[in-house]
Design a protein around this ligand. Structure first.
Ligand SMILES: Nc1ncnc2c1ncn2[C@@H]1O[C@H](COP(=O)(O)OP(=O)(O)OP(=O)(O)O)[C@@H](O)[C@H]1O
Length: 263
C-alpha cells in the first residue's frame, strides 16, 4: 500500500485583489497560484523553484497553513491542513524563514527564543534539556542559550533559527530561502547542516528557493513554478540537469554555476 503523502497540494488556486487603479474601476485580481498539484512523500526532500513572483512564497504559506487558498486545498498527513488543530500542526510542521535577523526577537536570549515554541505549544518536555539538545544538533555550544542573537554571526543566527524550528520535534520543515541572507562561504555550512539533520532526524523537507544550485544539492524531487503554474516536476537531477521545459532550461542558464561540496 502506498504511504500517505506528508503534504498533498491539490489544484490550489490563490488570488489576491490589488487596490483599484481608478476610483470606480474594478479591483484587479492577481492569480499567484493557478491549479498547482503535487505530493511530498515521508522522508523526502522536495524543492520548489521558480523566478521571482512565480508564487513560491505564497505556496509555502499555504503549505504551512498560514493562508487560505481561493480554490483547491492542501492536506497534511491526509487531513486538510486548515482543519488540523494549530497545536498538532505546529508541533509537526515547522517553518525556517529566510532572514534570522528579522525572525529572531533581539530582546530575547537564545534560550528563551528556542523555548518559545515549546511554551506556546504547551509541550510536556524538560525545556532546558531540549534547548541544550537542539543547540548541540545545530553545533552551537550550550552556553549560547544565555546570549542574545546580535552576539552571533549571520550563519550562527540561522543555526539558532533552525534549532528553534527543531525544538518541538517536527516531522517536516518548510524552509523558504534559508540561505539567501548569508554569505556564500557560510551557505555551504548551513546546507550541510540541513542535510545532516534530514538524515539524522528522518525529517521531510520542503525547500523553497530561487537558488537552483542549492535545490539541486539538497532535494530529491523538484517542482518548477512559472507565473503560478507548475510547469515541470520530477527527480531533481532529471529536471535540473536535463529539463523538458524551455522555461526550466532558461532558469538553469540564468543561474551562476555554483556547486556545493559535501563535507
Ligand atoms: N498579499 C499579497 N497581495 C497582493 N499580491 C500578492 C500578495 N502576495 C503575493 N502577491 C503576488 O502574487 C505573486 C506571487 O508572489 P510570491 O511572493 O508568492 O512569489 P515568489 O516566487 O515567492 O517571489 P520571490 O522569489 O520574489 O519571493 C506576485 O505577483 C505577487 O505580487
Amino acid at each position: 500500500m502506498a504511504l500517505t503523502p506528508v503534504i498533498r497540494v491539490n489544484e490550489v488556486v490563490r488570488e489576491f485583489r490589488r487596490p483599484r487603479e481608478s476610483p470606480f474601476g474594478p479591483r484587479p485580481v492577481v492569480r499567484a497560484l493557478d491549479g498547482v498539484s503535487f505530493a511530498v512523500e515521508p522522508g523526502e526532500a522536495y524543492g520548489i523553484v521558480g523566478e521571482s513572483g512565480s508564487g513560491k512564497s505564497t505556496l509555502s504559506r499555504l503549505i504551512l497553513g498560514l493562508d487560505r487558498p481561493t480554490g483547491g486545498g492542501v492536506e497534511f498527513e491526509g487531513r486538510p491542513v486548515l482543519e488540523v488543530p494549530a497545536r498538532d500542526l505546529r508541533s509537526a510542521l515547522q517553518p525556517v524563514f529566510q532572514d534570522p535577523r528579522s525572525s529572531l526577537d533581539p530582546r530575547m536570549k537564545v534560550g528563551a527564543i528556542i523555548r518559545e515554541p515549546l511554551e506556546a505549544l504547551r509541550l510536556d518536555v524538560d525545556r532546558a534539556e531540549r534547548v541544550a539538545e537542539v543547540l548541540e544538533m545545530v553545533r552551537l555550544p550550550a552556553a549560547a542559550a544565555g546570549r542574545y542573537p546580535h552576539e552571533f554571526s549571520g550563519g550562527q543566527r540561522q543555526r539558532i533559527a533552525i534549532a528553534r524550528a527543531l525544538a518541538p520535534r517536527p516531522r517536516v520543515l518548510v524552509a523558504d530561502e534559508p540561505t539567501s541572507a548569508l554569505d556564500v562561504g557560510v551557505r555551504a555550512q548551513i546546507v550541510n547542516l540541513l542535510l545532516d539533520l534530514l538524515d539524522r532526524l528522518e525529517l521531510t523537507l520542503v525547500l523553497v528557493s530561487h537558488d537552483l544550485a542549492l535545490v539541486r544539492h539538497v532535494t530529491e524531487r523538484v517542482a518548477v513554478l512559472r507565473g503560478g503554474r507548475l510547469v515541470e516536476e520530477g527527480p531533481t537531477r532529471a529536471v535540473l540537469v536535463d529539463p523538458e521545459e524551455e522555461y526550466t532550461a532558461q532558469l538553469i542558464a540564468a543561474t551562476p554555476a555554483v556547486t556545493w561540496r559535501r563535507r
